[in-house]
Design a protein around this ligand. Structure first.
Ligand code: GLN
Length: 486
């Protein structure tokens, strides 16, 4: 089981080299061995996994299987799974047992995946390092002193450390792509509206999007085939069937026009990351692509606009956690107000409180125009920059993050520095576009190899194109095959 891509595992399952139950047991024992150190899972669903695996084996025996039948998956703990604790990384939901499955979970179940458990994450998906989780920080499998990125850090670490074959994540400002870059795996955020958000706990509803975290773009395409498509329960999910993402993976790249944003290659970008990007561009050129500089003139405003819009939406979304309906309620409240106050003060962590306060302020009468409306205008400008760029190029390629994984504790006292880590990813969410991070190099700071990711951004709903370009890169490089020694 050394090659743990879905494609390879699926071939072995088909040949009968091992059953899904055996494969699942192998992952469960790896989790038992390594999760204490990594803290990638909040909950392990052993019983559910073994039952689903037995079911998958039975389907396979009858010839009723697809490419994901019997493949062990981990779900970010933001997705509701029926009868399973769903915490969203928060004390607030530490006792919440979801009464239904998220659409994403339902669809992946229907595709035959085997649920190993729920992965750790920044509280309510707010963070870039996984340090804001109530359940403790996740450690990066490449270097346990470092963060795995966030907020889908548990999912990225679990894929990197072979504690699952594939995982789900969500991305509001970079939370799939940044941890994928830090952990040396492939992380894909589809266009806003491509995948249903039903049953996915809301952070910032106009930005949140689910997506796959995997060992290759091919595996991401397999997952997309199960995850994408309309859902009557989410009115922001686009109508019309999603395409077959596998069908175009092998399209040649000859004639592909790549744009590299001038605003991404600045002095804030680490030298090693820039070098990896330049090497990657050469690979694309050797495959027949052309590279030119483009402009995203308002990119520098993206983080500021995001930190008005996302907290504003979060403050509204998180008002439902009041001690009445879900989750945590303080001990012995003396009256209603005391219950609201103490339940929220005790149930939420500092970062979540910071966002609720900023968001409430930005939405309050008198400040709405100055902050929220202005941020929305900037969002429009950012979208227009991308639209203009896509008139000239087919894909935009740049770094995913300015640097490789930082040390645990290094930025946790300085929220603004932490926020700036997302400078290359956030604009993509504000514009609603598809973006993927793929491994494209490694550095050797502090004697330990650390992965570097590059980001490929496509135009509206060009998911298939983005996956095609990433897959062609992976056919011609080995960075995605490097594994962390845990
Ligand atoms: N790091 C960003 C934030 O803290 C993005 C998080 C996300 O994409 N969920 O909001």
């Amino acid at each position: 089981m050394s090659d743990r891509t879905v494609a390879a595992l699926s071939r072995s399952l088909a040949k009968g080299e091992f059953s899904s139950v055996e494969l699942t047991q192998d992952y469960l024992s790896r989790i038992a061995l390594h999760n204490k150190g990594l803290n990638a899972y909040i909950t392990v669903t052993e019983e559910l996994a073994l039952a689903q695996a037995a079911q998958a084996d039975a389907l396979r025996a009858k010839g009723q299987h697809g490419p994901l039948t019997g493949i062990p998956i981990a779900h970010k703990d933001i997705f509701c799974i029926q009868d399973v604790r769903t915490t969203c990384g928060s004390k607030m939901l530490s006792n919440f047992i979801a009464p239904y499955n998220a659409t994403v979970v339902e669809r992946l179940n229907a595709a035959g995946t085997v649920t190993l458990g729920k992965t750790n994450m920044d509280e309510f998906a707010m963070g870039s390092s996984n340090e804001t989780s109530f359940y403790g920080a996740v450690r990066n499998p490449w270097d346990s002193e470092r963060v795995p990125g966030g907020s889908s850090g548990g999912s990225a670490a679990a894929v990197a450390a072979d504690l699952c074959a594939i995982a789900t994540g969500t991305d509001t400002g970079g939370s799939i792509r940044q941890p994928a870059a830090f952990c040396g795996v492939t992380g894909f955020k589809p266009s806003y509206g491509r995948i249903s958000r039903w049953g996915m706990i809301a952070f910032a509803s106009s930005l949140d999007q689910a997506g796959p975290i995997s060992k290759s773009a091919e595996d991401a395409a397999l997952m997309m085939n199960a995850m994408a498509g309309p859902d009557p329960r989410d009115s922001t999910c686009v109508d019309g069937a999603a395409p077959d993402y596998m069908a175009t993976l092998n399209d040649p790249l000859k004639g592909l026009r790549i744009g590299v944003p001038r605003q991404h290659i600045t002095k804030g970008l680490g030298a090693e990351v820039e070098k990896a990007l330049q090497e990657a561009l050469k690979v694309f050129e050797s495959l027949g692509a052309t590279v030119k500089e483009i402009d995203l003139p308002n990119n520098h405003l993206s983080v500021s606009a995001y930190y008005v819009i996302a907290p504003a939406e979060a403050s509204a979304n998180l008002s439902r956690f009041d001690g009445v309906r879900y989750g945590y309620r303080c001990d012995k409240p003396v009256n209603l107000e005391d219950m609201y106050k103490r339940s929220r003060s005790e149930g939420f962590g500092d970062e979540v409180k910071r966002r609720i306060m900023v968001g409430t302020y930005a939405l309050s009468a008198g400040y709405y125009d100055a902050y929220y409306l202005k941020a929305q205008r900037i969002r429009r400008l950012i979208k227009q920059d991308f639209d203009a760029a896509f008139k000239e190029v087919d894909v935009i390629i740049g770094p995913t993050t300015p640097h490789t994984a930082f040390k645990i504790g290094e930025k946790s006292d300085d929220p603004v520095t932490m926020y700036l880590e997302d400078i290359y990813t956030i604009g993509v969410n504000l514009a609603g576009l598809p973006g993927i991070s793929i491994p494209a190099g490694s550095t050797n700071e502090s004697g330990k190899a650390l992965p570097i990711g590059i980001q490929l951004v496509g135009s509206d709903f060009a998911e298939a194109k983005v996956l095609n370009i990433a897959h062609q890169f992976q056919l011609n490089t080995d960075w995605h095959k490097q594994t962390a020694e845990v």
